[in-house]
Design a binder for this molecule. Structure first.
Ligand code: ZN
Length: 194
């Protein structure tokens, strides 16, 4: 049975470490970790989570885009495990939008990200794949990829003036204060966002 793991909070050194490459994806401890990450993400109703956020410094994250108020046309995506990811190319065009993070509760930031990216990663079945992502999915990928390199969205801000509280974010977006489902972008709920 997958276990819902505790989410690492900002300040723990695992969130500042470079995650190590996964050598044997078929290994049961890796497959179990992926199952636990899927369960943990589902429990938060988020759209992404990286292994360091469950205290495991390995190069794995889950992406799970879904339509939400800020990105009504965001693709509905089966939660996907991304292993040993590389960003092969990114557009020069940057786009600023709001993100939040399960490891940084209570805050949202206006984060510049590349509008589109071309990436390579290995699936949980061990297949290497190359894909291009844009907009919301590209944003999730870049946010989670940063976690594997010891970075949080706060490190990507142009100014500390681009940080607001979740409460103010909800007011700004006209999102009803309905609890956990309605948090800001990234890892926090998609029905509100990541
Ligand atoms: Zn995060």
């Amino acid at each position: 049975m997958p276990v819902i793991r505790q989410v690492t909070q900002l300040g723990h050194k695992v969130l500042r470490s470079k995650a190590i490459e996964v050598k044997d994806i078929a290994e049961s401890s890796i497959q179990l970790l992926i199952d636990d990450m899927l369960a943990t993400l589902a429990d938060t109703d988020g759209v992404g989570i990286a292994a360091p956020q469950v205290y495991e410094s390995v190069q794995i994250f889950i992406m799970a885009s879904r339509p939400n108020p800020r990105y009504p046309s965001a693709p509905e995506m089966e939660p996907t495990a991304v292993i040993n990811p590389e960003i092969l190319w990114c557009s020069e065009e940057l786009h600023k939008d709001w993100e939040g993070c399960l490891s940084v509760p209570g805050l949202c930031g206006l984060v510049p990200r590349h509008k589109s990216i071309r990436v390579r990663y290995t699936t949980r079945d061990g297949f290497k794949t190359e894909q291009e992502f844009g907009d919301f999915v590209a944003r999730i990928f870049q946010h989670e990829f940063d976690h594997l390199n010891g970075l949080s969205f706060l490190d990507r801000l142009e100014s500390t003036k681009d940080i607001i509280t979740e409460k103010e974010y909800k007011k700004l977006m006209g999102i009803a204060l309905r609890g956990k489902e309605n948090e800001c972008l990234n890892e926090k709920n998609g029905s509100t966002t990541d």
